[in-house]
Structures are given as structure tokens and as C-alpha cells.
Design a protein around this ligand. Structure first.
Ligand code: PLP
Length: 467
């Protein structure tokens, strides 16, 4: 494995040909980004304190918003059990296991003296089979709640399972829920919307996998195919929805409801960490590695965790080397203060990656704004590494994930095995507490990947691991 390029920024030098937003990025940043080489970038704006609230579009969000999202999930739990028998065991809760993965840790050659490797197993989340079960379902539930309340069908304190009755379903049937997606968000929104009785439409980009389209169509969801990339699919869906007052468009790039749905994961994780005696504090740092597409999911979760643990949690986003949209966004914001909304194409990158859940050319400005002072850093991963880790996780722990979900596994070595990573640990006074550290890799999808597709992933990973 080649040593990842270490990056520090900002630097006063400006390189010719860099987009305006990144005018001050140092030469190493630009070189690694443009060459699509794995690198670690550390956020110089990371705040030592946790602000009580952070900007999120038109307003500020705080812990109360995280709790409100969780309360909404709780209100809907009786209805969800009725609609999805697979939720009976969890009484309607949509959450995943926290799993210790010592064998995988050995395969990754991350020494136990630098902490323990755990997985937050969102690859097995029910209903959607990915992290999108959190944000996507939350937004559909929030919309359903509003429609039902406005129609006088729900009063304060009502049992929400009444929304499975014919009158509520007839009401929902008048509305359409639409979304633009590379696949997983469409699966989550489409399945939940149609289960409630809404009409559902999913605008898909050219890189969306065929099996995801097939699965949606089998659920009665309308799949609209677009020739362009993810962002073009979103724009087309947004434009179409604006024509129709009975259409609710789930806007992956701008939705606060999505982000807050993701943020509620922090509360569930907190209970699990307490159970294991692993709640982070001054002597037990928590490092979280979150695969990042547009940024809503990882930003929501990072926001929730920072609210709970402040300086004791360190959140890193992971992106494919060809699609580091959040990294270019953070670089732009850091240099100019505003930075605009640069794309990975501006850096000569292709946005082509097998990690289809992360194949996003431009970050969500909502997510980037919220992360400005909370995010520890961003690192990039080559596709080959994703496949190797996907294979190793199957071999070590028998867990099935998709390529996007493997992006987190490069994190611990990026932090503990590179100069930039070690500098971060030193700067934050963490060196002595590393033996107690928890490295939490968020595995974000995989449950519903068809057998034949997963075989291909494994074969590719096995060949790389054998080298
Ligand atoms: C969507 C997705 C992500 C990232 O979520 P964003 O909100 O797009 O950043 C990560 N992993 C998988 C598998 C996904 O589907």
C-alpha cells in the first residue's frame, strides 16, 4: 500500500488553474486531489468547543432538533411495525448493531495500542438496507405527519397506527413523493412512501445500479431515468416537482429533515456505547469514519455526536478519490469564507467510482455549513481499496457491505499511520489515551445487494487482497 499524501492547509500560495474557491490551497492538496491519490485533509477551522447551535440553511439547529427527530420516529413506531413485519422485534425502531471487529482490525494491521475497531452496522438497516433508512424515512414520516394533521386526521397523542386505515391511505394517495438519487435514497424514499400509500417517483442518474431500479419498480415506484450524473437527476426531479402542488420533493442537497433524520442515530449509538462501557470522555476518544456522498448523512450524524460528546468525538468523512466533493467544498469555504460550491470536475476528476452511493460531484452547502467548525477532517480512498476492504470484512467477520460502505475502513490507518494523522493526535493531546480509543467505522449499505452483484465485488476484492 502506498503511503497516503499528507495534506495541510491553508497555505498562502495560490496555484494557477485552481478554481476560485480553492485559490489558497497548498500545492500538496491540489496535487493529490488532481492526481486522484488518497490523502488526509485536516480542518483548520475545527472548534475546540461545541457551539450550542450551528447554522443549517435558513436557521440554526441544536440538540433539541436531534431529539425532535427521534421523537418523531418514536411516534411512528407503532405504524411502522404494522407496515413492516421485520420491525416487530425492534418494536418499530430502525437501528443497527454496534459490533466489535477484532479480526478485521488485525487484517487492517491497526495495532491494538492505538485503540479498538468497532462497526456501526447500518449496512443491515431494515427497509432500505442502507444508512438512507434514517434520513429518507424521517423525511417521508415528517411529510405524512403534516398532511395527516392538516387534514384533521391526527390529534396530539393519537396512536399513529391509525394512519394505516383506508381514509388516511386515500388521503396520502392524492400526493406524490419524489426524489433524485443515485439509488439508495430512492430505495428508502420509494419504499416508505409507497408503503404509506403515497405515489412515489424516483429520478435516477445514469450510474444508478440496475437492480435498484428493478427493486423500486417491483414496489410500484415510478423510476425516471436520466442520462446525466446524480446532480442532473436531482435538478430534473426538483424542476418537475415544482410544477405540482401535490408533489413533495425530497431534496438531497438542501433538506434539513433528511439531515436531522440522520442525526438521531447519535442517540441510539449513545445508548449502545454506554452499554459497552465505551462512552467517550477525556481519556477515551471516539473516532468516527463516515462515508460521504452529498454530505447530509455524515453531517447529520457528526452533528448529533458532537452535540453529545463535544471535543471527545472526532468525525472524519471518507470519499472516493474521484468524487471528493465535500473535501473541495471545505477547502473552498476555508479559504474564502464563502467559497461558492465547487465541483470535483473543476479539479479534473471524473466522478466515476464503483461506490455509487458516494458518486456526487458537488457537496450539499447545508451540510458543509453545519460542518464548518465540527468536522475534524476528510480523507479519500481509491476504489481498489474499497474492494479489498469489502472482501476482508467478509473474510474476517462474515459481513456483507457494498463498495460505498467500505470507505470508512481506511480511516484508522490514515489517522494513526500518517504524519498528518499523528500530528492531529498530538495537537489534540490524544497520544496517551490512544490505547483506550474507539475507532468506529460506519458501514453504510449492503443488505439488499443481489447475490450475483456481491459475488463480483468479492471476486474483485479477493484478487486485490491476494497481491
Ligand atoms: C448515501 C450514502 C452515503 C452518504 O450519504 P450522503 O448523505 O450522500 O453523504 C454513504 N453510503 C451509502 C451506502 C449511501 O447510500
Amino acid at each position: 500500500m502506498t503511503e497516503p499524501t499528507a495534506i495541510r492547509s491553508p497555505s498562502p500560495t495560490s496555484a494557477p488553474g485552481v478554481p476560485a474557491g480553492a485559490a489558497g490551497a497548498d500545492a500538496a492538496t491540489e496535487a493529490a486531489l488532481r492526481a486522484a491519490e488518497p490523502c488526509l485533509w485536516l480542518n483548520p477551522l475545527l472548534s475546540p468547543r461545541m457551539p450550542a447551535s450551528v447554522p443549517a440553511g435558513t436557521r440554526h439547529i441544536s440538540l433539541a432538533d436531534v431529539e425532535a427527530a427521534q421523537a418523531r420516529f418514536d411516534r411512528f413506531a407503532p405504524l411502522l411495525v404494522r407496515l413492516f413485519p421485520e420491525l416487530a422485534a425492534s418494536q418499530g425502531a430502525i437501528d443497527s448493531a454496534l459490533i466489535a471487529t477484532p479480526t478485521m482490525q488485525r487484517m487492517l494491521e491497526v495495532d491494538a495500542s492505538t485503540g479498538r475497531l468497532w462497526i456501526k452496522a447500518d449496512h443491515s438497516l431494515p427497509i432500505a438496507g442502507s444508512i438512507k433508512a434514517r434520513g429518507g424515512i424521517h423525511e417521508v414520516l415528517e411529510f405524512a405527519e403534516k398532511v395527516a394533521r392538516d387534514a384533521g386526521l391526527l390529534a396530539e397523542g393519537d396512536d399513529y397506527s391509525r394512519l394505516a386505515e383506508p381514509d388516511a391511505r386515500a388521503l396520502f394517495g392524492r400526493y406524490q413523493v419524489a426524489v433524485g438519487s443515485t439509488g439508495n435514497l430512492g430505495l428508502s424514499i420509494g419504499v416508505m412512501a409507497s408503503a404509506l400509500g403515497f405515489r412515489a417517483a424516483v429520478h435516477m442518474s445514469a450510474d444508478a445500479k440496475e437492480w435498484k431500479k428493478t427493486r423500486l419498480r417491483a414496489r410500484g415506484v415510478e423510476v425516471v431515468e436520466h442520462a446525466g450524473d446524480y446532480q442532473q437527476a436531482v435538478a430534473a426531479g426538483r424542476a418537475q416537482a415544482q410544477q405540482d402542488p401535490y408533489c413533495h420533493f425530497v431534496d438531497d442537497e438542501r433538506s434539513l429533515s433528511l439531515m436531522l433524520g440522520y442525526s438521531a442515530a447519535a442517540l441510539g449509538l449513545d445508548a449502545q456505547l454506554r452499554e459497552q462501557g465505551l462512552r467517550p470522555d477525556a481519556t477515551r476518544p471516539l473516532f468516527v469514519y463516515l462515508p460521504c456522498g452529498v454530505g447530509g448523512a455524515p453531517a447529520g450524524i457528526a452533528f448529533g455526536l458532537k452535540q453529545l460528546y463535544g471535543p471527545h468525538v472526532h468525525c472524519f468523512f471518507a470519499e472516493p478519490t474521484q468524487s471528493p466533493c465535500f473535501l473541495v467544498q471545505m477547502l473552498g469555504a476555508e479559504i474564502s469564507g464563502t467559497g461558492g460550491n465547487p465541483s470535483v470536475y473543476d479539479y479534473g476528476l471524473t466522478n466515476r467510482t464503483e461506490a455509487d452511493g458516494l458518486a456526487v460531484p458537488r457537496a450539499s452547502e447545508l451540510a458543509a455549513g453545519a460542518m464548518r467548525e465540527l468536522l475534524s477532517g476528510v480523507y479519500t480512498v481509491a476504489d481498489d481499496t474499497l474492494f479489498r476492504h469489502l472482501f476482508q470484512l467478509q473474510a474476517a467477520e462474515g459481513l456483507q457491505i457494498e463498495p460505498s460502505a467500505a470507505a470508512g475502513f481506511s480511516g484508522p490507518a490514515m489517522l494513526t499511520g500518517t504524519d498528518a494523522g499523528r500530528a492531529y493526535l498530538e495537537r489534540h493531546g490524544l497520544t496517551d489515551s490512544m490505547p483506550q480509543a474507539v475507532h468506529l467505522v460506519w458501514t453504510t449499505g449492503g443488505l439488499f445487494v443481489p447475490e450475483s452483484e456481491y459475488r463480483n465485488f468479492l471476486d474483485r476484492g479477493a484478487a486485490l487482497a491476494a497481491r
